[in-house]
Design a binder for this molecule. Structure first.
Ligand code: 9PG
Length: 532
């Protein structure tokens, strides 16, 4: 099991001992592993669901992603300026012939960095343990997953449900009548969960139904349950925007920096976003009450989004390290949710393990595959886009022993997307490989043939076997995602200049607000022209 490469490493740590399942366990606030060669490829692991996770060229330094206003939504803002290959909690390098060397933290608040021939691990505060192992990639990651399960635990739901989710067709333009029409039109399609996404609430922080839901959220849940499906609901419980009642009533619950200024959680819905301090006892009690309310309404599947906000750097009511503070908040939420299926989204990955059943492991899919703006101009692979989603999700499937890995929804419809047949089928195979299957397709937008394909997809469970980093056998068919997930070449000088300009503009709130309003207009127009 032990790779003889391990004997050639120059290790600096407080202590070193052999691991129970091979490899080594190091301790230290800072450890370093000197390699006998200069690695060519580094596995960069992103902080939260949407953050880029990919094998990258170890020599090529990825530029800062843009725009800066959205840092907290796309990466760990603390390391956003780090140009050397780096990643949250773990990193790995290729050692040749499908083999890798992994340096992975076993505790939270940890980061790994590659500096020439040296892999370095650092704890942000205090000290902790590290796992070092070499060997076949899948096997090394499986051993790491086993160690993490011992410390952080696993999800408790047996089987991932099959989900219909409102977001990727209707976005925030949802309302009661339209959702009930879709619920009826789903008919015999085999969905376990009907999940209402963003758009039902009065505001971000004010989790009460808005005027578009006159029967209330309890009324909606009852209608969903009457069809034999589980009712699901989306919330972003840690976020607070300035226009909310919550923001006005409890400014003291919000996360601030050492100088007392509000910590930015990014910008969305045309507004600045801030976050609850999950160590504030009153905020915690409020969160527990919110979860109990949602359960009492009748929702047994809960998607909690934008969770990264709770783990941002800041000065907290109780002086806890930021990921520990987040985990404590999530524990309160988990307890209050009781036996509901709990899906985390936009979540820091390791701090959620053991406390949720499912976890979004990549950025959002979209009706488009890729865009020049995101790939070349902004060099941002955390922005919604189907190729971005495929790339990052695929590199996180090793988490499967710990949590249901949600790679986001799959499209069967051709309408309202620019995806090719091949691209749609890649996403469908990703859903099978990930074991978590969902869609937002509106029945009225499906042809008879597409509806049948969707039905067959959700009814059948072909056998899935992973045969390599990017390769699978799915129902006897060989599928290789490799040609579809490479990072595009870095932009040249003029594109970088364009990036500085576009990225700068995108950091101006009024520009983002306009952009957001235009997006919403676009969705309204689509829904007018293509009734659901
Ligand atoms: C609802 C959505 C859906 C979706 C979530 C999340 O600007 N951004 O980078 C950005 C990324 C993701 C995102 C929204 C904005 O989507 O992943 O499934 O629930 O929120 O608002």
């Amino acid at each position: 099991m032990t790779d003889n490469l391990l004997t050639q490493l120059a290790i600096t740590s407080d202590s070193t001992r052999p691991g129970r399942n091979g490899g080594m366990i190091l301790t230290g606030a800072r450890v370093s592993v000197g390699l006998p060669f200069e690695p060519a490829r580094f596995l960069r692991h992103g902080w939260q669901s949407w953050s880029l996770t990919a094998w990258t060229d170890a020599a090529g330094r990825l530029p800062r992603t843009r725009p800066t206003l959205l840092y907290p939504m796309h990466t760990d803002p603390r390391y956003a300026g780090e140009k050397r290959p780096n990643g949250s909690w773990y990193g790995a390098v290729e050692t040749g012939e499908g083999r890798v060397l992994l340096l992975g933290a076993l505790d939270l608040e940890s980061h790994v960095l590659l500096d020439g021939r040296s892999l370095t691990g650092r704890y942000e505060s205090g000290t902790g343990e590290w796992f070092v192992a070499a060997g076949e990639e899948g096997e090394v990651l499986a051993r790491y997953a086993a160690l993490l399960a011992e410390r952080l635990g696993r999800g408790r739901a047996e089987k991932p449900p099959r989900v219909w989710c409102s977001w990727y067709s209707l976005y925030t333009e949802i309302h009661e009548g339209q959702l009930l029409k879709i619920l009826a039109d789903l008919g015999d399609l085999p969905f376990d969960v009907f999940q209402i996404d963003d758009g039902w609430q009065k505001g971000i922080g004010d989790w009460e139904p808005n005027a578009k839901f006159p029967s209330g959220m309890d009324g909606m849940a009852a209608r969903i349950k009457a069809t034999g499906r589980t009712a699901g609901l989306w919330l972003a419980p840690l976020l607070v925007v300035p226009t909310s009642e919550l923001f006005r009533q409890h400014p003291d619950w919000l996360l601030r920096d050492a100088r007392g200024r509000l910590v930015s959680a990014g910008f969305n819905w045309g507004e600045a976003m801030f976050t609850l301090d999950t160590t504030h006892p009153e905020a915690l009690a409020w969160l527990a009450g919110l979860m109990q309310k949602v359960r009492a309404w009748g929702y047994d599947y809960v998607k909690l989004d934008f969770l990264y906000a709770g783990a941002l750097p800041g000065k907290r009511h109780t002086d806890l390290p930021r990921e520990a503070a987040f985990r404590q908040g999530l524990q309160t939420i988990r307890t209050a949710l009781g036996d509901a299926y709990f899906l985390t989204c936009g979540t820091p990955i390791f701090p959620s393990l053991g406390l949720c059943d499912g976890m979004r492991v990549g950025p959002d899919v979209a009706g488009h595959w890729q865009s020049r703006r995101d790939d070349q101009v902004l060099v941002n692979f955390a922005i919604p886009g189907s190729r971005n989603a495929l790339r990052t999700s695929l590199n996180r499937l090793w988490l499967q022993p710990l949590v249901h890995t949600d790679p986001d929804v799959i499209y069967f419809r051709r309408a309202q997307t620019s995806l090719t047949d091949e691209q749609r089928s890649l996403l469908q195979d990703l859903g099978r490989a990930a074991g978590f299957r969902a869609t937002s397709d509106v029945p009225a937008w499906l042809s008879a043939e597409e509806r049948q394909a969707l039905k067959t997809y959700f009814e059948t469970e072909p056998e899935v076997e992973r045969t390599g980093r990017t390769a699978f056998r799915i129902g006897g068919r060989a599928v290789d995602f490799a040609p579809h997930i490479n990072l595009p070449p870095l932009p040249g000088f003029f594109t970088r200049l364009e990036g500085a300009l576009v990225g700068g503009l995108a950091s101006v709130p009024i520009v983002m607000r306009t952009f957001d309003a235009l997006g919403q207009q676009g969705v309204k127009k689509t829904l007018d022209q293509h009734p659901v």
